[in-house]
Write a protein that binds this ligand. Sequence first.
Ligand SMILES: Nc1ncnc2c1ncn2[C@@H]1O[C@H](COP(=O)(O)OP(=O)(O)O)[C@@H](O)[C@H]1O
Ligand SMILES: Nc1ccn([C@@H]2O[C@H](COP(=O)(O)O)[C@@H](O)[C@H]2O)c(=O)n1
Length: 548
Amino acid sequence: MAARLLTRSQRHVDEIAARSLGYIACGPLRYQQLCWVNLMAFTSNYDESEDSSGWSVGLVSNIEAHSGYIFVVILRKGVSAVLKNISKYSHLRRGDFLNVKYRLNIHAPAHYRARHLVEDLKPAEPLAEVVKAHPKLILKTTAKVEKCRTREDNALLSNEHFGYFVDLSGLVRYERGTLVEFEFVTMASPRDRISSIFVPTRIIRRIENHEVDFDNSNRRSSKPRERTDDEFERDTRSSAVVYSDDEELASNTSNLRICSMDSTFEGRSSYCHEQDQDNEDNAKEERSRQELKKLRELAARMMNDAKLEMTKAISKPHIIGVAGGTASGKSLVTKKIIQRLANNDQRVISIQLDSFYKDVSAAQLEQVDLGEYDFDHPSAFDFDLLADVLERLIIGEPVEIPNYDILTNSRQGVRTVEPADVVIVEGILVFYDERIRQLCSTKLFVDADADIRLSRRVKKDTGERKRPLSVVLSHYVNKVKPAFEEFCLPTKRYADVIIPRGGENDVAIDLIVENLQDFFRSSEEDGQTNGKSPRPPVELKRSLSRPH
Ligand SMILES: Nc1ncnc2c1ncn2[C@@H]1O[C@H](COP(=O)(O)OP(=O)(O)O)[C@@H](O)[C@H]1O
Ligand SMILES: Nc1ccn([C@@H]2O[C@H](COP(=O)(O)O)[C@@H](O)[C@H]2O)c(=O)n1
C-alpha cells in the first residue's frame, strides 16, 4: 500500500510540475536577530525539473561569509546543497535564482541537511523579471510533531523530505504525533557549516484525526480513522504556493502550486494502520524506542545549533589580526596589547599562525635542513583549519590548536583554547586568506625596516632555532625575502592600522589599546559588541602611520 501511494504521489507531483513555474527570488527578513529567507516567485514557462544534462534549478538561500559557504535550495528536489569557494562567487546574493549542477556529498554525515554539493552553476534568465513581478512564493509542508515544546527546548517536527524543523518561535503547541501544516524558511547552521535548518514561520492548520502516540505513553483507546489516498496526498504534500498583489498575475497563478517538494511520511503505514494494535511485538517497540532516542539526540543537536546561531548574532568575540614580515615585532606588539588590556574585564587570547603550519613530509625535511623548504609560501599553512578555529571561537566553542615545534618542524599534539572576548591572531600571512581577513574586526600591520628584520631573524635562527648561519642566510635570500615581497607585503593594504617600528612603538600600541577600550566601554553600554570594529580605523591609520 505504501508503495502504491508513493507512486501516486510522485505522479501527482510530476503532473503539477509539468504545468508549473520557474523563477524564484528571495530577500532577507530580519527575525530574532537571525537572517531568514522569504521566498518570492513569478510565473514563466520554465520547466524546473532537472534536464538531461543534469542542470537543475536552485535558489541561493543563505550566504555564510564566515564559513565560506553558500547554501542553495534545489527547488525540484527540495534539498539544500552547499557551494564552497565563496570568493569565486562573490557576485552571488541571497535570493539569486540559478541553474545548478549538484551531486551528493558522500563525506557529509547522513543527518546533515545539505548533503549535496553544487558543482557548477549559471544564472537563470531573466532575473530582471523577478524584481518586476515580486509575487511571493511560500514554502509550506506538512510534518508530524516529534517533540513538544518545553521550557528549555523548542518543538521539533519532521517529515521524510526535509528531515527536521525546529520551531524557534514557539508556534507549535500540539502533542507529539500531530500532523501540522505550516510555512517554513531555511537557515544555515554555523556549527556544522554545511547544514541548514528548516524553521516553521506560520502554522496553517492542524490536521485532524491523526494524533499519534509514538512512545505509547498516552495510548489512545480508539483506533484513528484510516485516511483515504486522497486525504493522504492532500495532507502530506509539501508545496510552494504563489501569492501575489498583482491581480493579473494572481489570476494566472491562482491554481498554481509548485509541488517540487513532495513529501511522504516516514513510518506512515505504522501509524495509519498498525500503531494501535495492542499486541505490538517487542521488535516494534524496540524500533520505536530507537527512533525516539535518535529523535531526541537530533532535537538536542538542532536546538544547540539554533542557540549557537543566536549567540553568534548577539555576541561575537572581537578578532584582531596582526600581520607583518618575519621578526617585524608581531609577537611583541601582541604581547604588549594583551598586557595593556589585562586591566579590563575582557578575556584576551592570542593565536599564532605558526601553529597552523602543515607538517612537512620526510622528503621535505631534507629541504628544510638545506634551507630550501618554503615556510613563507601560503601553501605551507593550513588556512582551512585556522578559519575553522576562528569560526568555532566566534560561536563560543572551545577549540584545539596544534602545538607547532619549530625545532622539529612538526605538530606536537594540540592545546585546548577556550573562547574569549578578544582573540588576537598573529602571523606573517594572516591577511592573505580572505576568510581570515573577513573574520578580523581590526587589522594591524607591523612594519619594520628590512635590515632590522634580517638581523633579528639571523639572531633567532642561529640562536633558539639552532640553524647554521649559511643555511639561514640562503633561506632568507631565496625563500623568506621573495615570499615576503610577493605574499606578505601586498596584504599591508588591508590593514586598518600600520604600526611603524613594530614593538618599540609604544605610542601606536597605546592608541590602539585606548581605542579598543573605548570600543568595549561603549559596547557594554549598548549591551553587545556584535563583532563591529572599534572607532573609524582610517583616522587611526593616518595618525599612526605619519612619519615621526
Ligand atoms: N622594537 C624592538 N626592539 C628590539 N627588539 C625587538 C623589537 N621588536 C621585536 N624585537 C625582538 O626581535 C625578535 C623578533 O620579534 P618578534 O616579536 O618575535 O617578531 P615576529 O613575531 O614578527 O616574528 C624577538 O627576539 C624580539 O624580542
Ligand atoms: N619550521 C619553520 C617554520 C617557520 N619558519 C619561519 O618562521 C617565519 C614566520 O614566523 P615569524 O615568527 O618570524 O613571523 C617564516 O618566515 C618562516 O620562514 C621556519 O624558519 N621554520
